[in-house]
Design a protein around this ligand. Structure first.
Ligand code: ADP
Ligand code: MG
Length: 240
């Protein structure tokens, strides 16, 4: 579904991604772990074309999305992204947050979108909140809304960049639970996370990113229980 070839990204003279090559299959769940500054967010943002790669290629469902002729907006519709800081529209009701994009883009009528929103909100336990404004929601509820908003576009892939890092501890579980249930539906998922237990439990593969490369990758058992790279061992010894 996603093939990345020798991806490089620099900001001025700062080389952040130094040659990432990887393939992610349909239905696969990949967790990306690693120290701060290692390039995890930049990698995700390149996948979604929120950053333009400096060099290298990214193929998504067979199309080279680094090609200048690619419709970036169309691509982004296929890749839902959820950020650390719940990006919801505070001036719109919860329901409108979900229906706005599909209706504006002509994917659904307002009625169809409303029905879908009701279904999706119920899936994450927000069915009672459709007519409220996000300011009345807790952080965990806002993040569940952000996930539903992304799902409303019926993406082929979901990208999560530390979706629980900004949450109060008591709200981490409810958001992880929603992601877990999404993963169970077979959604192709790439998640940057510091929740090691979660990564261990849900991932098909784990990438350890450090210094702008994937320094180690493998099954959760390989990476967490039998890491071969000293940098992985050092990182895990600090976080586990
Ligand atoms: P991680 O998500 O693993 O913590 P990031 O991808 O956010 O790492 O950042 C990697 C490096 O790139 C950091 O040194 C960061 O300061 C730098 N960086 C990220 N985005 C930008 C940007 N837009 N402009 C300049 N430097 C950036
Ligand atoms: Mg980051």
């Amino acid at each position: 579904m996603i093939r990345v070839e020798d991806l490089h990204k620099s900001f001025g003279s700062l080389q952040v991604l130094k040659g990432v090559s990887e393939t992610i299959s349909k239905g696969e769940v990949v967790s990306i772990i690693g120290p701060s500054g290692g390039g995890k967010s930049t990698f995700l943002r390149c996948l979604n074309l929120l950053e333009t790669p400096t060099s290298g290629r990214i193929y998504f469902e067979g199309t080279d999305i680094t090609d200048k002729s690619v419709d970036i907006n169309l691509h982004r519709q296929k890749m839902g992204m959820v950020f650390q800081h719940f990006n919801v529209f505070n001036n719109l009701t919860v329901g409108k947050n979900v229906t706005l994009a599909p209706v504006l883009l002509g994917k659904k009528s307002q009625k169809e979108a409303d029905e879908m929103a009701a279904e999706l909100l119920a899936r994450v336990g927000l069915q009672e909140k459709a007519d409220q404004y996000p300011k009345k929601l807790s952080g965990g509820q806002k993040q569940r809304l952000a996930i539903v908003r992304a799902l409303a576009m019926e993406p082929d892939v979901m990208l999560f960049d530390e979706p629980t890092s900004a949450l109060d501890p008591e709200m981490v579980g409810e958001v992880l639970q929603v992601i877990k249930s999404l993963v169970k539906t077979g959604m192709t998922t790439v998640i940057v996370t510091h929740e090691m237990g979660f990564a261990k439990e849900v991932s098909d593969r784990v990438f350890f990113m450090d210094g702008g490369i994937i320094a180690e990758k493998g099954s959760p058992d390989q990476v967490f229980n039998h890491p071969s790279n000293p940098r992985t061992k050092e990182f895990l010894s600090k976080v586990l």
